[in-house]
Ligand binder design. Structure first.
Ligand code: NAG
Ligand code: NAG
Ligand code: NAG
Length: 826
């Protein structure tokens, strides 16, 4: 909730170019000017050109004066902050605006007066001629044109220098039309679910505006509260009741700036089912690309969640439909439906920008004296072509290095698609520890060489695979000849890729050949559990090859060895997670399942989930692992609040900072154990940590099979899924999974914990933008975006997170160090 807007505030606030000049003089205009030397173009913050500021010509009665300084940003922008300054002119000037108002427009014709969340239009401006005063815009503005309107009285002359801060509005949403939000009566109190900041027309319905649904602020889990100070209950949400919609749905139409290629829509919904509010049960969307609505809509039914009352983003895939308008019908699943935010992810359509219709009529700004005849036009075009050609050559030369970098990145991405897909889809059903324990077959190794060299002929950063394979300890054990036992931890995941690249044909499940002892089961020290003693309770997840169930098991204590500290009373049932392989799973899936059992059976750490028993005598094959009574850490934390005001007001259960810290230390300790065994987890996140009594934590891995978290994974070409928001840059771009990339994921996990899992990491970035951001980490030109410091996060903890996200893997701390740092911070 809060953290969402926190994100905008920390990231989307770059100066848009008044002071630095990216906004051109011709895009700055004004209602009037005192003199040529105080024209609009001199109204740039922190600049001293001309007479040092824009000053309007003040004539007539101040009351009817509507002087303004106007900026055209050329495209829609999300504006979060404004800065103003007076005219100083090296000490000569002393004019400034004590108060001002802002108007904005998206199309240049309809102008809207900005008001803050309490409805106030006037903004406090400057106190002197030289200091810059910055004001946060709450709500932020989405506009192309902005006007600063000084409030003018008799007492003094007014001059202004200004700047806008924000970022480009990539959604491209220009307006939404929707039925009016309604009013709920709850225990005699009114909850106003109207669109509090809608800037369009409000008659019987809302038309041609933007508002609450695009203001970058998500509602709290409890819709009666708001983190905005001094507003009415229900402020954050727009809500409707099914009593007024006999059709059973609410229809909202979205208009965009141009035809776009849509990937997803994210709808932030309340789900306080105890108050009869739920996410929509179905959505049907229609697309309009040219003038007509397409006949076939898409439809999507999210999984209803009756367990977790948190507000959440529901992601709807729009399957790359091309449209300039989208009309969606959201179906009620209970009496109330409430939204606080709707965002769209799209690529802008190419043809719209390149195939603009040729302009006819008078060229150059309607000025009749500038008419040119036909032959001149031809000469002009010839010159232009020549100039463009020269420019292109120059640009090519200048940008050679960047192009080269981009190519590398592209190649890496292709690898991500082709090889990593294979590598990761293997894990989609299995625990993602590495299979470093298998001598790879010679033929696959040879084939992989060529692929590897094709992709990475580049230098010392990348290792030749055959050497890598030799470097693996278990490989060197089997072939005693290699004397060069290497320094440092080998990159197990690279070993995976090496093996996988040898695979030809469509078998994505081909993994390094399993060792015979595994298949014969001789190595697996786990006992068979009688299937009939398992009682099904709940499905935790499902994937292509199987399901994970939460079950109660009787008599499990007989299956636990002595060193196992599991306080079970004799003959009581215990909760266990049962991972089952479908009976019809293919041979490779079965092999992976066996391999996973083998790996799991070797892991015995106090902070690692234990494999308790298996059912192998008949199909379906099962593995039984511990489960912890408080479920996974993500759900656990989202049910809780930090100790403080919000918790006091909402009566929510709390987790103290010291317990949070205790849990983080346990995760670090569990990871320290895994890394000591050279296991790479690859999917560390709060969703994969389980919470027991007294805040004990154990690290598990449910793979990517749980519907609840499907939004955390990025699907490549409909095949593999990757937890990209938790992945290090080198895992995404180069397919390297190492203990250092686990360290990166630990940083993200820590961040999730300190935000109480109220928000997905980088929730404001689309998956594609997250991958682009990864490219920025790779290029390292200070354009990468880091997760912001959560409000309750102490500086040293944030410093620890940042060190986990160090570009250089060698500079990231080890889990040993992380664990120690956390203990020292206690
Ligand atoms: C929404 O409802 C509140 C409470 O009645 C009211 O003060 C406010 O003006 C309404 N806002 C709009 C935009 O209608
Ligand atoms: C939309 O984007 C997708 C993925 O970028 C692409 O495959 C598809 O061809 C695009 N559709 C159109 C009509 O351009
Ligand atoms: C509204 O939803 C409730 C619960 O789903 C249902 O019982 C009721 O009949 C619905 N009312 C209308 C008018 O559809």
């Amino acid at each position: 909730a809060e953290f969402f807007s926190y994100f905008w505030k920390s990231v989307c606030r770059s100066p848009l170019g008044m002071s630095r000049g990216q906004i051109l003089d011709e895009d700055i205009s004004a209602s009037s000017q005192w003199s040529d030397s105080t024209a609009a173009k001199y109204g740039r913050l922190d600049c001293e050109e001309g007479d040092g500021a824009w000053c309007p010509e003040i004539a007539g009665e101040p009351e009817n004066m509507n002087e303004f300084l106007q900026i055209d940003l050329r495209s829609l922008h999300f504006i979060t902050l404004v800065g103003t300054q007076g005219r100083h002119a090296g000490g000569i000037g002393n004019e400034f605006a004590q108060t001002y108002k802002i108007k904005y427009s998206r199309d240049g014709s309809r102008w809207i007066s900005w008001r803050n969340r309490q409805g106030k239009e006037v903004i406090e401006g400057n106190r002197n001629a030289y200091d810059i005063v910055l004001k946060d815009l709450e709500p932020p503005i989405i506009a192309r044109f902005v006007r600063f309107m000084p409030v003018i009285d008799h007492s003094m002359n007014v001059c202004m220098r200004v700047e806008l801060y924000g970022c480009e509005w990539l959604d491209g949403l220009v307006s939404y039309n929707s039925p009016l939000g309604q009013q709920m009566t709850l225990n005699g109190h009114h909850i106003y679910l109207n669109d509090s900041v809608y800037d369009g027309a409000m008659g019987y319905s809302m038309t041609e505006g933007l508002g609450q649904l695009t203001d970058g602020m998500c509602g709290l889990d409890d819709f009666t509260h708001s983190h905005v100070y001094n507003v009415w209950p229900g402020y954050d949400y727009v809500g409707w009741t099914n009593e007024s919609f006999l059709s059973g749905y609410v229809e909202i139409m979205f208009e965009f700036d141009r035809t776009r290629n849509f990937t997803t829509m994210k709808v932030h919904c309340n789900n306080m089912f105890s108050r009869r509010v739920k996410t929509f049960q179905k959505v049907v969307c229609y697309f309009r690309s040219e003038l007509d609505w397409e006949a076939t809509p898409i439809s999507f039914s999210p999984v209803m969640d009756d367990v977790n009352p948190s507000a959440r983003f529901v992601t709807v895939s729009l399957y790359n439909h091309m449209a300039s308008a989208i009309k969606c019908q959201y179906y009620f699943s209970d009496i109330w439906m409430m939204f606080s935010e709707i965002t769209f992810q799209s690529d802008t359509a190419m043809y719209n920008t390149t195939l603009a219709p040729p302009k006819t009529g008078p060229p150059i700004r309607d000025d009749p004296t500038h008419k040119v005849d036909d032959s001149n036009t031809r000469i002009l075009i010839g010159c232009l072509v020549a100039i463009i050609f020269i420019l292109v050559v120059i640009i090519v030369i200048i940008l050679w290095r960047q192009v080269w970098q981009k190519m590398l990145e592209k190649v890496s991405r292709r690898m991500l698609d082709d090889e990593l897909t294979a590598s990761l889809s293997i894990q989609s059903e299995t625990f993602t520890y590495n299979n470093n324990n298998s001598p790879s077959s010679v033929s696959s190794e040879q084939e992989s060489n060529s692929t590897y060299e094709r992709i990475f002929p580049l230098g010392p950063d990348y290792q030749e695979p055959s050497r890598l394979v030799r470097k693996l300890p278990e490989f060197s054990q089997t072939s005693e000849d290699t004397g060069d036992v290497q320094e440092g931890v080998p990159h197990y995941a690279e070993a995976d890729i090496v093996n996988l690249q040898g695979v030809t044909g469509g078998n994505t499940y081909a993994v390094p050949a399993l060792t015979m002892d595994l298949l014969s089961g001789k190595d697996v020290a786990v006992e068979e559990f009688p299937r009939k003693l398992l009682t099904f309770k709940e499905k935790l997840g499902e994937g292509q090859f199987g399901e994970v169930h939460l079950c109660e098991a009787e008599g499990m204590q007989d299956f636990m060895d002595e060193d196992f500290s599991f306080d079970v009373i004799e003959n009581q049932t215990v909760l266990v997670a049962v991972k089952m392989l479908r009976a019809d799973a293919n041979k490779n899936a079965r092999n992976d399942f066996l391999k996973e059992i083998k790996i799991m059976s070797r892991l015995k750490g106090p902070n690692i989930i234990r494999l308790l028993a298996v059912c192998m005598s008949s199909d379906p094959l099962c593995m039984i692992t511990e489960y912890m009574e408080n479920g996974d850490l993500n759900q656990f934390l989202s049910r809780h609040e930090p100790e403080g005001m919000i918790a006091l007001l909402s009566n929510a259960p709390t987790v103290s900072y010291s317990n949070l810290h205790h849990m983080a230390s346990q995760i670090a300790s569990g990871m320290k154990y895994l890394s000591s065994l050279n296991f790479v987890h690859r999917d560390l996140a709060t969703r994969n940590c389980l919470v027991g009594k007294n805040y004990t934590i154990k690290i598990a891995d449910f793979g990517m099979s749980r519907n609840l978290y499907s939004g955390d994974y990025y699907r490549i070409q409909g095949r593999a899924v990757l937890p990209i928001r938790w992945m290090s840059w080198e895992s995404i771009l180069l397919g390297k999974f190492t203990t250092s990339s686990d360290v990166w994921a630990f940083g993200v996990t820590l961040w999730e914990m300190l935000t109480f899992c109220k928000e997905q990491p980088y929730s404001q970035l689309s998956d594609e933008q997250v991958i682009e951001n990864t490219g920025e980490f790779f290029r390292d030109q200070r354009r990468q975006i880091y997760l912001p410091q959560p409000p309750m996060c102490p500086d040293p903890v944030y410093k620890l997170m940042l060190s986990c996200w160090n570009r250089n893997t060698k500079e990231r701390p080890s889990f040993q160090e992380i664990h120690q740092t956390l203990l020292d911070l206690d």
